[in-house]
Design a binder for this molecule. Structure first.
Ligand SMILES: Nc1nc2c(ncn2[C@@H]2O[C@H](COP(=O)(O)OP(=O)(O)OP(=O)(O)O)[C@@H](O)[C@H]2O)c(=O)[nH]1
Length: 344
């Protein structure tokens, strides 16, 4: 049983109506579309553009601590200075080996640039240019607001619509779409009367496993097992939009390509500049609280997930959820056990 010390009371610095929050939301859209944005901090202002899709602004590019460490540099946020060439910079940002020349420790603007790229589901490496060269109308966001954004966003989940849905797993669920201030969803699938100690699965989206039936992971099998259990015993599946452990589908497919070259699932994430797991459980905790639950039996083998929900003020008793081991997912599951500490 994982017990909490109390709800997470640290107040977000931003609220969804603040101009700073709205500016970051728009900046994420710009980066997702491959357009540069200005990032300000105090009197400083820098133009930033994603290496995977945006224009190359110069040979200066941000790297996360994870990517810097992977390249053999000090594992700290870094700015490299290289030839202003897409192939050279892309190799430094995401190839499995690359030579880095001049580099220096990154400041808050470069950190915010990498964070914006992550939130736009791009590789977290941004080329940097002079803000004075930005075309009129270029969006600007403040570095501090970028770095506070996720925390503020998690508190904005609201139920939008509900309907009964008959499930192949054997019961009719009440399905509710929760939406946050920028449209991100958590889907709550509720069967039966929910009370203290309810059986809950907080499932991270996996298009390949859940929908396509990929055999590389155990996600689809776990989802079906969890739906089967709530249909027979009552409970909740929260389907959260955290594809690829929070890096997004395109980056997960990049990670798969690196895995085919020999990296395991943890190192593939790190090679792309991400943590091995980019998820947090603030949105899921927020939705569980709105469903009136402060104490749950959580179907998971992942101690980080149980601890993540506990920091949101939910008392968690983990319940194992073991899918079949197959030749295709054997290595993936072994890595989850030995490197990510899953109880398998
Ligand atoms: N980055 C990355 N994500 C993956 C990979 N395989 C599956 N995923 C994603 O991992 C998430 C599921 O995480 P898992 O670690 O399998 O399981 P978990 O949810 O942490 O743990 P359980 O609660 O025990 O299932 C989903 O978002 C999948 O899209 C992979 O090789 N790389």
């Amino acid at each position: 049983m994982i017990r909490t010390l109390g709800p997470n009371l640290s107040a977000p610095h931003l609220s969804a109506n603040d101009p700073g929050f709205i500016a970051v939301h728009r900046a994420i859209g710009e980066i997702a579309a491959g357009r540069p944005v200005i990032i300000r901090d105090g009197l400083q202002a820098v133009l930033a553009s994603p290496i995977d899709g945006g224009p190359i602004l110069s040979g200066r590019m941000t790297l996360t601590a994870a990517r810097a460490g992977y390249l053999g540099l000090e594992p700290a946020p870094t700015v490299v200075e290289a030839e202003p060439d897409r192939a050279v910079l892309s190799a430094i940002a995401m190839a499995d080996a690359a030579d880095v020349g001049r580099h220096m420790r990154a400041g808050s603007i470069a950190n915010a640039a990498s964070e914006l790229a992550k939130m736009a589901e791009r590789v977290p490496a941004m080329t940097l240019g002079s803000a004075s060269s930005a075309p009129p109308g270029t969006l600007a966001a403040h570095a501090g607001d970028v770095l506070s954004f996720r925390h503020a966003l998690a508190a904005t989940q609201r139920p939008i619509a509900s309907a009964p849905v008959p499930l192949a797993a054997g019961a009719t669920a009440n399905v509710t779409a929760f939406r946050n201030a920028i449209g991100g969803t958590v889907t709550a699938v509720v069967v039966g009367d929910i009370d203290r100690g309810a059986l809950v699965r907080v499932h991270s989206a996996c298009v390949t496993g859940d929908i396509l039936g990929s055999l590389k992971c155990d996600c689809g099998a776990q989802l079906r097992l969890a739906l089967g259990r709530i249909c027979s015993e009552g409970g909740i599946v929260l389907y959260t939009a955290q594809e690829g452990r929070g890096i997004g589908l395109a980056n997960k497919l990049r990670a798969y390509a690196l895995q085919d070259k020999g990296l395991d699932t943890v190192d593939a994430n790190i090679a792309l500049g991400f943590h091995d797991d980019e998820r947090d459980y603030a949105a899921a905790g927020n939705v569980l609280a709105q469903l009136g639950l402060s104490s749950i039996r959580l179907m998971t083998n992942n101690p980080t997930k149980a601890a993540g929900l506990a920091t949101q003020g939910i008392s968690v008793e983990p319940v194992p959820l073991i899918g079949p081991v197959t030749p295709d997912n054997e290595r993936y599951l072994a890595t989850k056990k030995t490197r990510s500490g899953h109880h398998l």
